[in-house]
Design a protein around this ligand. Sequence first.
Ligand SMILES: [Zn+2]
Length: 76
Amino acid sequence: MPLVLESTLSCPYCGHQRTESMPTDACQWFYECRSCGQLLRPLPGHCCVFCSYGNVPCPPIQQGRDCCATSKNGRP
Ligand SMILES: [Zn+2]
């Protein structure tokens, strides 16, 4: 399955939607809404803003790989 490298992020504060391209080798933790300026952070258990607010999860998740966050948040 080809990777999707663009995701449409929906701001939970103002509902603004914007399509952003995703990096394939890193997770994006922060995203500033272009409309209201709120800084979006991943929801608990999510690795990046695309997994939390995008319509497409980030590339590592699409590939079925563990994302950087899973190893980072390896607390019991
Ligand atoms: Zn917003």
